[in-house]
Structure formats: structure tokens, C-alpha cells
Design a protein around this ligand. Structure first.
Ligand code: ZN
Length: 69
């Protein structure tokens, strides 16, 4: 899922979940603060088996940014 068009996404500053620009509440942590200044994108399908997910403290499947400013 590293296709172009990621510029249309923003990242939750709390849990790093990537959501589309028209989302106002994070579906993962219910946070409301987002940043468009993020880099890296990782798709987590099975958080319990993903080392990346464990590293980033991701507990729910979805798309996440690696870095959020
Ligand atoms: Zn969040």
C-alpha cells in the first residue's frame, strides 16, 4: 500500500493511524489531532503477528505512518 496519492492522507499524532483528509476523529484512538507532516507508511493486517506493529505499539489493523511530526 505504498502507492502514490498518500498526500491525501493525514496521520493521527497520537497513534499514527493514517486517515483520509475528511476524517475528523481517529477511528483507532478517537483522537482529534492530525498532522499532514508524516513520512513512511506501513500496512498492518495482523498486529499480533507483526513486529512492526509491536514496535509502533499498534494494536489495530490499518495503515500507519512511521513518523509523525
Ligand atoms: Zn489515533
Amino acid at each position: 500500500m505504498s502507492s502514490r496519492g498518500t498526500g491525501r492522507l493525514k496521520a493521527c499524532v497520537k497513534c499514527k493511524a493514517l486517515v483520509s483528509m475528511d476524517v475528523n476523529v481517529c477511528p483507532v484512538c478517537k483522537g482529534t489531532i492530525f498532522s499532514t507532516d508524516w513520512s513512511g507508511c506501513v500496512s498492518v493486517i495482523d498486529p499480533e503477528k507483526s513486529k512492526v506493529a509491536q514496535l509502533l505499539n499498534i494494536t489495530k489493523p490499518g495503515r500507519y505512518a512511521l513518523k509523525v511530526r
